[in-house]
Design a protein around this ligand. Structure first.
Ligand code: GLU
Length: 452
């Protein structure tokens, strides 16, 4: 059996940390098993789906390194969905309903006041031919529900373990709206069977859907079997959802947690994947730029059921750690675009959180800055003690010894005013490393309070 998984975003918006975690886990699982990763675009809602969102999703996945082996859009498969729904109608598993949204809401309200669960009462199943004709004459169009078995559906969830959902407590799902639009459920079931999906990995908000889908998939498998095609139910793995560092759900903040936004904010793809791969597992979060290495250690056994905490501060720390380990060659195109040379990168990489910070340090080292002079006499004296070019890695030590001998300053009183004058900053990379890059001329000018 070839492991086959799919990531199935709806192109009605951007992808964010929440759904990218599902994408990543599908990808990692497929790669760990030499399997296949399918990108399926769930665009049956043609009013809300856009090509622009779809392109953006693909771009985000490529940027993250989550390449797919196969991709398709549900909008290209309406023929298959129509064929299966006709068969389901013929067998009575898909039945027409004529209630309006208001009527359904009224029924639910009534059930709630009686302390009953708001489950659809299947009134449509007992409509007479005359009643249906009357609705049709009124111009009402039916929506179509799938008739659930109203029995417990069980599966051994790879994350949640033994899981049971009694479909007697679930409303028969609407599969087709009155305007003929397919909701995601039926197309998803048909695709999962037709594409031989072996594992459905997604968030636990889909657990109830899974029970419904098992019943629909069984019906699809039976129809396909009649056509001489084999199909099998997939295994399920439903992961817990992310919560924020404050313990609250992320749903309200997902806009700012889109991959597009994170990328625009200068986060590294590897920081996002390193964090999301391990969040909610028993393993430590470590910087990892090699997705295949993450795949090798991926295992549902290590995944817990508790909600996983997504902390932006942790993401930033990871971003910094990833950058600190990068040689210039690995980032040369992006660093060159920032005007950062290899020697500047090597000098400052330990002090960046985001790559753009290297550009800020480049400006400090190679551009002109307004020096901060704490003690003008001390700095002016120091300016006369700057060694002559060429400055080397030894020069800072030589310079500092001279200033110490000439002024008697030591410790913070010695180093702090020099750093402030030379960089305009309280903190930063090792002075011994950046001093030669700043150069003697600029150093003297800055120590004299000149913009240089
Ligand atoms: N398009 C569905 C969603 O984004 C897919 C859910 C699934 O993985 O089955 O929620």
């Amino acid at each position: 059996m070839t492991v086959t998984v799919r990531f199935a975003p709806s192109p009605t918006g951007k992808i964010h940390v929440g759904n990218v975690r599902a994408a990543l886990w599908n990808w990692l699982f497929a790669r760990s098993r030499g399997g296949k990763f399918i990108l399926r675009i769930d665009d049956t809602d043609q009013e809300r789906s856009t090509k622009e969102n779809e392109d953006r999703i693909r771009e985000d996945l490529v940027w993250l390194g989550l390449n797919w082996d196969e991709t398709f859009s549900q909008s290209a498969r309406f023929g298959d969905y129509d064929e299966i729904s006709d068969r389901l109608r013929a067998s009575g598993l898909l039945y027409p309903c004529y209630e309006t949204a208001e009527e359904l809401e009224r029924k639910r309200r009534l059930q709630r006041t009686r302390g009953l669960p708001p489950v659809y009462d299947r009134a449509a199943l007992s409509l007479t031919a005359e009643q249906i004709a009357a609705f049709e004459a009124e111009g009402r169009k039916p929506h179509w529900r799938f008739k659930l078995s109203q029995t417990p559906v069980k599966w051994n969830d790879l994350i949640r373990g033994e899981t049971v959902v009694d479909t007697a407590n679930v409303s028969d799902p609407v599969l087709i709206r009155e305007d003929g639009m397919y909701l995601y459920t039926l197309p998803s079931c048909i695709d999962d069977i037709d594409y031989g999906v072996t594992h459905v990995i997604r968030g636990e908000d889909h657990v109830t859907n899974a029970a419904v889908q098992v019943e629909i998939m069984d019906a699809v498998i039976a129809i396909r079997a009649g056509q001489g095609k084999t199909g099998a139910l997939p295994a399920f793995a439903h992961h817990s959802l992310l919560i924020g560092a404050d313990g609250q759900g992320l749903s309200k903040r997902l806009g700012s947690l889109s991959i597009e936004q994170m990328r625009a904010d200068g986060l590294e793809a590897a920081a996002i994947t390193s964090l999301l791969a391990k969040l909610g597992t028993a393993e430590p979060v470590l910087p990892q730029t090699d997705l295949m290495a993450l795949a090798q250690t991926f295992d549902f056994e290590k995944v817990g059921r508790a909600p996983a905490r997504f902390d932006e501060a942790e993401l930033l720390q990871l971003n910094a750690k990833i950058l600190h380990d990068q040689p210039f060659a690995a980032l040369s195109t992006r660093l060159s675009a920032l005007g950062v040379s290899e020697s500047v990168w090597d000098a400052v990489k330990g002090n960046v959180v985001k790559l753009a910070d290297a550009g800020v340090w480049r400006d400090i080292i190679e551009g002109a800055i307004e020096p901060t002079i704490e003690n003008a006499d001390f700095c002016a004296k120091a300016s006369t003690l700057v060694p002559d070019e060429p400055l080397t890695s030894e020069s800072w030590g030589v310079f500092v010894d001279r200033v110490k001998a000439a002024t008697g300053a030591k410790g913070k009183a010695l180093f702090h005013p020099l750093r402030l004058a030379l960089t305009g900053r309280e903190k930063g990379p090792e002075m011994a490393t950046i001093f030669p890059l700043i150069g003697a001329q600029k150093a003297r000018a800055r120590l004299n309070g000149r913009n240089a």
